[in-house]
Design a protein. Structure first.
Length: 77
């Protein structure tokens, strides 16, 4: 059997950012309706607009991560 290679969250996020966001243009800063979350819209090289939310754990003491979506998210106004 082959060796299972586990990737860290940082490795997964760096790959996702590189594959989707690098080379794109940030077009808008956004806030959720409750103004508790923030993010930005990116027009990507593939022509799609992606919504990127900057996330963290409930306590706010984790490393955080980006939630990247090609859909308009209901979090947004």
């Amino acid at each position: 059997m082959g060796t299972v290679k586990h990737r860290t969250l940082a490795q997964v996020m760096a790959e996702q950012i590189g594959d989707t966001l690098v080379g794109g243009t940030i077009t808008n800063a956004i806030l959720s309706p409750d103004r508790e979350e923030y993010g930005f819209k990116v027009t990507c090289r593939d022509g799609k607009t992606r919504v990127v939310w900057v996330m963290s754990d409930e306590e706010g003491n984790g490393t955080g991560f980006l939630e990247i979506s090609t859909h308009q998210n209901q979090k947004e106004d």
